[in-house]
Design a protein around this ligand. Structure first.
Ligand code: SF4
Length: 498
């Protein structure tokens, strides 16, 4: 156990995240009666226009101290907090690198949106070159990762649209799946439990009412629907007829939306009518997600489909004329290494798709994988990094370029997830979400609405309950509170500030 103490509570989260970079699986506590293996204390003192950060690391009766200065910015509360946090994080990172040297491609970066940071640095520095320099020199990000971020910002030119208060994105959530994948942490209802099937019809009916209310809300608040995304779980488990009903209602509720994406998801969740129905309903963009083309791995992670079904669905999608098909892959799955990654990319090479998203396995606390970690052999960080590079080469060999990126906690090798697209087929919704450019109204259990407050450069969130039963039972009150949240009426419970 690692004990972490600071005199500035508002930076504790950052310090904890930096400690995780070095000691991934070890618990970090702010307070404990147990004797810690390592204790880290941070003291920040404001001296004129600079923060002095003092870090002390103690272990086995010995202790060492480091002192770092970082500028203080006081123009606004948000800015001053940002600079305090950044300084604290860098101070601890440098001390830990000194005491426990470790190669980290993302250096001291712990946030999930490094592209946002690069944009901020470009504003602060007034130029691209100086911003990238700071990323490398001050924050210790490798030149390769810095180059990747630069490429992404370039790919987003013309697609990144910040500050459009008159527009809103829409998320429609279907929190069901056929079985639960080994690494999944966010599924609400696993249909392999027969009791969960009874929710399919009531959920569909309620979701339709939710979609209607969301459409009315946008109309009342004068917002134009922008990008609509249907995700999950796996939306296709609803079955063709139920999903068609939801989509028809959504088409009516969000007229003029510029982009429609449906995560068709796992091939084993699509009945034969699914893809033709999506095409008939005017859906241009879908995602078919193999994760790997190794049958043995698919069996281990609990997906009940054959590799051939992935091939069949991709060929079917091509023959139906979808404008954009995305394929999700995960590097670092149990039992996989370089050979398996090579074989997956070879199997995908002749197949038709326009986007590929290369994920790195993240071991989430609430996943089955986390519970039974010792039962599954995982590749080491270096191997996963090589597999991720192979994914990049594979995407490039098909003419795709990276256009969005995000990081998660507990990722193998501390790496990243990257979306690649053939130019002109990028998903606007993904860019909006990752760069936090638009408000989002979310329908369905577990959906999180987001209201941008552009004048203050921040947003507030309104989460719908994750549990399907609670969502159905409290539906009317959830809708009233969501309306109040977006319409700026008093909203005592539910909304969160960010
Ligand atoms: S397909 Fe996705 S949502 Fe469904 S169980 Fe697997 S990881 Fe979870």
């Amino acid at each position: 156990m690692i004990l972490c103490i600071t005199n500035r509570e508002e930076v504790y989260g950052e310090l904890e995240n930096v400690l995780r970079l070095f000691f991934a699986m070890e618990p970090v506590r702010a307070d404990s009666s147990e004797i810690p293996r390592l204790s880290v204390s941070h003291l920040a003192v404001l001296e004129g226009d600079r923060w002095i950060h003092e870090i002390t690391i103690a272990s086995e009766g010995k202790s060492r101290q480091w002192r770092t200065e970082y500028p203080a910015r006081e123009e606004s509360r948000l800015l001053s907090l940002r600079w305090l946090r950044r300084g604290a994080k860098l101070a601890l990172y440098m001390a830990l690198q000194d005491a426990f040297p470790k190669e980290l491609p993302w250096g001291s970066l712990t946030g999930i949106r490094p592209t946002k940071l690069l944009r901020q640095l470009r504003e602060e520095e007034g130029g691209a070159e100086a911003a990238s320099r700071r990323l490398m020199d001050e924050m210790d990000v490798s030149p390769e990762k810095t180059g990747l971020l630069e490429e992404i910002l370039e790919a987003q030119e013309g697609l990144y649209r910040y500050g459009r208060d008159e527009e809103s994105d829409v998320y429609i959530g279907i929190p069901f799946c056929k079985t639960r994948c080994l690494y999944c942490s966010f599924l609400s209802a696993d249909l392999s439990h027969p009791s969960a099937r009874r929710w399919l019809d009531p959920y569909t009916d309620t979701l339709i009412r939710d979609v209607r209310r969301a459409g009315e809300l946008l109309e009342r608040t004068g917002k134009k629907p922008n990008a609509v995304y249907m995700g999950g779980g796996t939306p296709s488990v609803l079955g063709t007829d139920r999903l068609r009903r939801v989509l028809r209602e959504a088409r009516k509720a969000f007229p003029g939306a510029v982009e429609w994406t449906v995560e068709a998801g796992r091939p084993d969740t699509m009945d034969n009518g699914m893809l033709p129905m999506l095409r008939d309903e005017g859906i241009e963009r879908i995602s078919i997600n193999p994760q790997t083309m190794q049958q043995g791995t698919l069996d281990v992670i609990g997906r009940q489909h054959r590799v051939e079904e992935i091939v069949e669905r991709l060929l079917e999608a091509e023959s139906l004329g979808f404008g954009c098909v995305n394929v999700d892959l995960i590097m670092g799955l149990p039992g996989e290494g370089i050979r398996e990654a090579e074989s997956t990319f070879e199997a995908l090479r002749p197949l038709p798709f326009q986007n590929v998203t290369v994920h790195t396995l993240a071991i989430k606390h609430s996943s089955r994988l986390h519970e039974k970690l010792e039962e599954y052999p995982l590749p080491d960080g270096e191997t996963v990094a090589e597999m991720v590079d192979m994914g990049r080469e594979f995407a490039r060999s098909r003419g795709m370029r990276p256009y969005y990126l995000y990081r998660q906690k507990y990722m193998s090798g501390n790496l990243e997830n990257v979306g690649y697209a053939l130019p002109g087929t990028e998903c606007l919704y993904n860019i909006d979400i990752m760069e936090e450019t638009h408000s989002t109204v979310a329908a369905g259990a577990g959906g999180i609405s987001k209201k941008m407050i552009f004048a203050e450069n921040r947003h507030e969130r309104f989460p719908n309950p994750k549990g399907i039963e609670v969502y159905l039972r409290e539906f009317d009150s959830i809708m009233d509170r969501r309306d109040a949240f977006f319409e700026g009426r008093e909203n005592k419970d539910g909304s969160e500030r960010h």
